[in-house]
Design a protein around this ligand. Structure first.
Ligand code: 5GP
Ligand code: ZN
Length: 119
């Protein structure tokens, strides 16, 4: 996708602060963090969002969750034995849910206590 901002970030045409990369995904810091740690896990291949997932996308979506789990451990946010600590994983699906970039991304948010339900 020529004009997609996250495709441009994946291609390194727009700078970003990357933290992890493999053949399927790229992870970088959100430009407008809502918590001390706010990362975006993005498939390298353009997918609009959860609303457009196809059967062939299931592998990369599962991989996005696994990468998030590994980042949680490496960054020290994995829930401990008392199930304290932790992080939030969010997909915003469509405008009413707050999706503003229409290239699939999993928010990894951590470093402060978060309320529920969201506003
Ligand atoms: P959404 O609102 O679609 O769920 O999340 C999009 C996220 O992308 C927002 O949290 C926003 O701050 C982030 N974002 C938008 N443009 C850029 C950019 O150019 N660079 C980075 N690093 N993050 C961006
Ligand atoms: Zn894209």
């Amino acid at each position: 996708m020529e004009d997609c901002i996250f495709c441009k970030i994946v291609r390194k045409e727009i700078p970003s602060r990357g933290v992890y990369e493999d053949e399927l995904v790229y992870v970088f810091h959100d430009i407008n963090p809502v918590a001390p740690t706010h990362l975006l896990v993005v498939p390298k291949r353009h997918i609009v969002g959860v609303q457009s997932l196809e059967p062939e996308d299931r592998e990369v979506v599962g991989h996005m969750f696994y990468v998030a789990r590994k980042l949680g451990e490496e960054l020290g946010y994995a829930p401990n034995e008392e199930l304290a600590g932790g992080y939030r994983l969010v997909f915003n699906v469509g405008k009413d849910a707050g999706q503003s970039v229409f290239h699939l991304h999993l928010h990894f948010i951590a470093g402060r206590t978060m309320g529920w339900p969201p506003g």
